[in-house]
Design a protein around this ligand. Structure first.
Ligand code: ZN
Length: 465
């Protein structure tokens, strides 16, 4: 390996560069001073009369900077990206852009996955494939929950690998990265795949495919021939301009940005309409059954009924019927206190049914989810945290208080999308229990419905009875 392989595409402080050299290159003829001289440089924090900008995270908010005066010099620290290591206005950032050109199909396929893509996956892969040459427009793959978007990426990733290119798959969510890592390793057995996120001890090493949180992309510059951003509408990516900046900088000038989502937000929709982003839609699930459409049930003053445990109500009746359905039952609620109150009530009324609740900061969260998966629990009452990335076989969903302002269209579509994911259990129930229909609820319904209609129109609903 050449020394460049350890530095290419990375944006690093002197400390980080020395660290990398110490770890991998002390026994080679390459000396750190010579390496630093060959790398490009920029001031870590650019300070002018009226502006302070961090070169790593591009933060321009003056409140995010701390300063101190040392020997009559004012030194700035960026607090916005402090967790990635301290940088000050006295530091220099070093980088080595990836200027390698892709060669056309130099090697044999790297793909060890032996499965077959569905018709719509093939079509979508081809469209994304055809877009690779257009580095000016990102390509968006809008795939419904359960469409099999990961597999669809395989031929595209393989194409870039065959050209000798580098790939990153980034997601705003650590759990998505962790879930993706073994699947990518399995599909590309003879390539180097690295998983990088703030919670892991793994250091960056030269690799072919990097799986990372979008946050870690702040450490890269013109690094990747293909950068795939999964869950592009998820927090924190969606509202954090630093992460948008990081994504755009991490991809090579001639590289390709590919966005994936099951629930594009308004901003993405507008960008698509303006032609800034090109889009491919996968409206059907891989098993060919339609998405389960939600049923709206008006519950009246359900919060009061819940608190006073009133049984002769629509709330109690619908919950009773729901709990008696087959399979695993997920009840989503926005408010944690009400979720606990409901759990306690239902435990009393249905003592024979194993039931629990889970919330974002619950230290037992993973354990409880695993227990539900194994069938030790039958009912799980949850705040929105399980909305993405969690797949259970044979499950039913009841969104209680679907009118809550915390439940956006995208959250509602994601929660509904837990039902019918597996080919063995392609249907089920999705209930929006509410006290007034919000526009987000309407939009969620319309989106699910329009995807089903599109899938039908394209002849993709082979599994429909
Ligand atoms: Zn910064």
């Amino acid at each position: 390996m050449e020394w460049e392989d350890f530095f290419i595409g990375r944006l690093m402080t002197k400390r980080e560069a020395i660290q990398t050299w110490k770890e991998y290159l002390t026994k080679t003829q390459w000396k750190i001073d010579g390496i630093l001289k060959k790398m490009e440089q920029m001031p870590a924090i650019k300070v002018s009369e009226d502006k302070v900008i961090c070169s790593r995270c591009h933060c321009e908010d003056r409140d995010q900077y701390a300063s101190l005066t040392y020997r009559q010099e004012k030194i700035f620290f960026c607090c916005s990206c402090l967790q990635m290591g301290r940088i000050t206005s006295r530091d220099i950032l070093y980088y080595l852009p990836n200027t390698k050109y892709l060669v056309t199909d130099q090697y044999h396929s790297f793909l060890s996955w032996k499965g077959e893509l569905s018709l719509q996956q093939k079509i979508a892969a081809q469209e994304a494939f055809d877009s690779l040459g257009d580095s000016l427009h990102p390509h968006l793959i809008h795939a419904v929950t359960g469409a099999g978007k990961t597999e669809m990426l395989f031929p595209i990733i393989d194409k870039i690998l065959r050209g000798g290119g580098k790939i990153a798959i980034a997601s705003p969510r650590v759990d998505v990265c962790i879930e993706l890592f073994p699947r990518i390793c399995e599909a590309f057995k003879n390539t180097k795949v690295i998983l990088l996120h703030g919670k892991s001890q793994t250091q960056y090493k030269p690799c072919d495919i990097l799986i990372t949180t979008t946050h870690q992309l702040l450490r890269f510059i013109q690094a990747f021939d293909l950068l795939i951003v999964d869950e592009v509408d998820a927090f924190p990516y969606v509202d954090d301009h630093r992460l948008h900046f990081a994504v755009n900088r991490a991809v090579k000038n001639k590289g390709k940005l590919l966005f994936l989502t099951a629930t594009p937000d308004k901003k993405i929709d507008i960008a698509v309409k303006k032609g800034l982003i090109h889009r491919t839609i996968l409206p059907a699930r891989y098993h060919g059954h339609p998405l389960v459409e939600p049923i709206f049930i008006w519950l009246g003053e359900w919060e009061t009924h819940l608190i006073i445990r009133k049984k002769k109500t629509k709330l109690f009746n619908t919950l009773k019927n729901f709990i008696e359905l087959k399979g695993k039952k997920l009840i989503f609620m926005a408010n944690i206190k009400l979720a606990i109150a409901l759990a306690e009530w239902l435990m009393k009324e249905f003592a024979q049914i194993p039931l629990t609740y889970v919330y974002a900061a619950d230290p037992e969260r993973q354990k409880k989810v695993e227990k539900l998966r194994r069938g030790e629990y039958e009912v799980l009452i949850s705040t929105t945290i399980l909305e993405r990335g969690v797949t259970f076989e044979n499950c039913q969903v009841y969104i209680l208080g679907a009118e809550d302002p915390l439940f956006s269209k995208s959250a509602l579509v994601q929660m509904s999308g837990r039902v019918g994911r597996k080919a063995d259990f392609p249907s089920g129930k999705v209930i929006f229990g509410h006290h007034g229909i919000t526009s987000e609820m309407k939009k969620a319904y319309q989106e699910i419905r329009s995807m089903n209609l599109l899938a039908k129109k394209r002849g993709l609903l082979s599994g429909e009875e």
